[in-house]
Design a binder for this molecule. Sequence first.
Ligand code: FES
Length: 267
Amino acid sequence: MIKKRHVGVYGQDADAVGEVGSIICGDALKLFLKIDRETGKILDAKFQTFGCASAIASSSALTELIRGKTLEEALQVTNQDIADFLGGLPDQKMHCSVMGREALEAAIANFKGGPVSKEEEGKVICKCFDVTEEKIRKVAIENHLTTVDEITNFTKAGGGCGECRPNIEEILRDIWSLKPPEKPLKPKKLTNLHKIALIQEIIEDEIRPGLQADNGDIELIDIDGNKVMVALRGMCTGCLMADVTIRGIQDKLRELVSEDIVVEAYQ
Ligand code: FES
């Protein structure tokens, strides 16, 4: 499983607290910092996260990356650094790394007694996920994003009712009309640990509930490289459609984890 280091709270003892996201939107992160007021160094960082395994991993990576840094050094940590620390994140989970970076900015603003960052205050473009135009612009420029789907991956904006997608497209056209973006280097591959955790999470959260609704079930038997061995249980055992079910599981894991996943049924 993904290591969850520095989970916890400082309560009243925290020198700075940064809170971002909302449980209603599916992800929330509260970051607590202990800061040496003389040197400005981050002595310790803890977090509480509500969200998926990638949100927890991103929060943990953030605390690892900023401990021992001065506030100025910590502000150089980008959401891509968080994703890279984990060996990469699937495209659909990049918003978890963005949430980490935002919590850091919010905590440092809190320490300095300043206002919340500008992108939290601007005009809301996506009402489903409460995402402002400023945030879309900032994330697009920092991460060289050119399509609405990419914006959805990094901010969730556009991933609900879809009403805001034309507005996002217009913002992107405006940003990149003068100068096309320099595309970032290809992200690093997922580490094995992260890949295993993601597969477990997707089976638990996205595949099992569907099978259980039909009185079936699934058990993850083993993961060996790209080979995922599963056993179908309940009404799925010996079902004539078992091959179709296995293929559906494979398609889902290929879409969300890696294109070279092969799912096999355990006999
Ligand atoms: S308003 Fe953006 S997805 Fe609904």
